[in-house]
Design a protein around this ligand. Structure first.
Ligand code: SAH
Length: 454
């Protein structure tokens, strides 16, 4: 078997990343662009010991779960790898991915657990409140869009159905300005040029809009003309409240540099989540799908069964969104988070919302949590929402030592959830409930809430 060979094969399953799964000569084949129940001609891309990768050349028999993608750029853009699959089927694939991870990687028997269907969006479009459009010079013009799959080549877009229309409008106004003023966009290879990205945040409930122009240079010729254009534009559903120049002069892949210069309006915009107010700056971590965040938090809090007698430990608390939502019903909430600015925001958010029974600790969970527990801090309920790599044995061991009645684990990665679930179930806890939530329709990402009880 060599790359380039064309094979005819039946697709027997869907991989969580949207590729079809086939078997060929005893090997598993991951077929890009195919889905279950299809018969396809596919070209072999890569050959590995136990599997092959391939791409569809021709669909000989199409599947009932296939849909015509809603986006003209879906073949090129890397953003929505599940867009050729009907939404209800995407939800089933995601639920299966969570169950497979917990059973196969975590060794968990889910028969005793309540496993919910993936919580869906009514309309799986325009759900993102944050969009980051890379900007590049193509054919002598500055264009904005998204990166092609697994590359840094910009695919020019005029709109993206994952984000608000207002975000695309802002991106187009910035690239039009660059072209009108004959200003060169940043070139990743040479490190020359100005604007690298247009970063837009939308307050879904407040309708406030923030446009961040990320530039390698602090000065952009006639930038006041751009500010004027943005100010006079009527954005779809949003009111412009903030224009910020973010300076990122480093040769790296980070979206933002450290320095923000407010060109118009406020330094932060405001939004509400489950009735609480949050201030959001360019650097703040804030969940990007606000409608599904409310579903996620409501589910997590219902699993937590908090009341006024309970002390809650919220580990990996970010700007304190879950902590503050929990505080309304709890006796006391303690949040732990590694990013100093996030803790600063969490404390400010508590104050702005008149919440007095929440306190926050800044530091690595694996250091702070064992210390808190050793010092006798009690935790009736632990909520943990770690980054993709999951938690670690130091933090989990400290949680086990604290012996909470309930652990509510919010996960953005089924594999690390499964690893941590294995540790918890080997140490006196059992999985009671599993609820997948679709925060990123049409993508391979899935969020899960898992309830462990003692
Ligand atoms: N619960 C929050 C944030 C979840 S994202 C929300 O829903 O908005 C995960 C958070 O974990 C991030 O804020 C990240 O900064 C933080 N984090 C990452 N590694 C950490 C560590 N070792 N200790 C504590 N916090 C960490």
């Amino acid at each position: 078997m060599k790359p380039g060979k064309i094979i005819e094969t039946e697709i027997i399953n869907n991989a969580p990343d949207g590729r079809g799964v086939a078997r060929y000569n005893g090997l598993v084949v991951f077929v890009h662009g195919a889905c279950a129940q299809e018969l396809v001609k596919a070209k072999i891309f890569t050959v590995h010991k136990t599997y092959l990768t391939a791409g569809v050349v021709e669909i000989l028999k199409s599947s009932e779960i296939r849909q015509k993608s809603f986006c003209v750029n879906s073949d090129k853009c890397g953003g929505c790898p599940l867009s050729h699959i009907k939404y209800d089927e995407q939800l089933k694939i995601k639920k299966q991915a969570v169950c497979d991870a917990l059973t196969r990687l975590g060794g968990i028997d889910l028969n005793g657990a309540q496993v919910f269907d993936t919580a869906k969006m009514e309309e799986p479009f325009r759900f993102r409140n944050k969009m980051v459009f890379p900007v590049e010079n193509i054919g002598g013009r500055a264009v904005g869009g998204f990166y092609a799959a697994k590359s840094h080549n910009v695919i020019e877009l005029s709109d993206c159905l994952s984000g608000e229309k207002a975000a695309s409008e802002a991106m187009l106004l910035v690239t039009d300005f660059l072209n009108r003023e004959k200003i060169s966009a940043y070139n990743e290879k040479t490190g020359k040029g100005t604007v690298r990205r247009v970063f837009v945040r939308c307050g879904k409930n407040s309708h406030e809009l923030m446009v961040v122009i990320v530039s390698a240079t602090e000065k952009i010729k006639n930038i006041e003309n751009l500010v004027q254009t943005l100010k006079s534009h009527k954005f779809d559903g949003y009111i412009l409240k903030s224009v910020i120049l973010n300076v990122n002069d480093k040769k790296n892949n980070l979206v933002l540099g450290a320095k923000n210069i407010t060109l118009y309006g406020k330094d932060e915009i405001e939004d509400t989540l489950l009735g609480l107010k949050f201030n959001i700056s360019p650097h703040s971590f804030y969940q990007v799908n606000p409608a599904q965040t409310e579903v996620l938090y409501k589910t997590a809090l219902s699993f937590a069964e908090i009341d006024k007698t309970k002390t809650v430990l919220d580990i990996y608390c970010g700007i304190g969104t879950i902590s503050l939502c929990a505080a309304k019903d709890a006796k006391q909430v303690v949040g732990v988070e590694i990013v100093e600015k996030a803790i600063f925001d969490a404390e400010k958010n508590a104050k702005n919302n008149g919440i007095k029974n929440a306190s926050f600790f800044c530091g690595a969970a694996e250091e702070v949590v064992p210390k808190l527990i050793e010092q006798g801090a009690s935790a009736d309920v632990v909520i943990i929402d770690p980054p993709r790599k999951g938690s670690d044995e130091k933090t989990l061991s400290a949680i086990i030592q604290a012996a909470p009645e309930r652990i509510v684990y919010v996960s953005c990665n089924p594999a690390s959830l499964a690893r941590d679930a294995k540790f918890l179930t080997q140490n006196g806890y059992e999985v009671k409930k599993v609820a997948p939530v679709d925060m990123f329709p049409n993508s391979e990402h899935i969020e899960t809430i898992c309830l462990f009880t003692k």
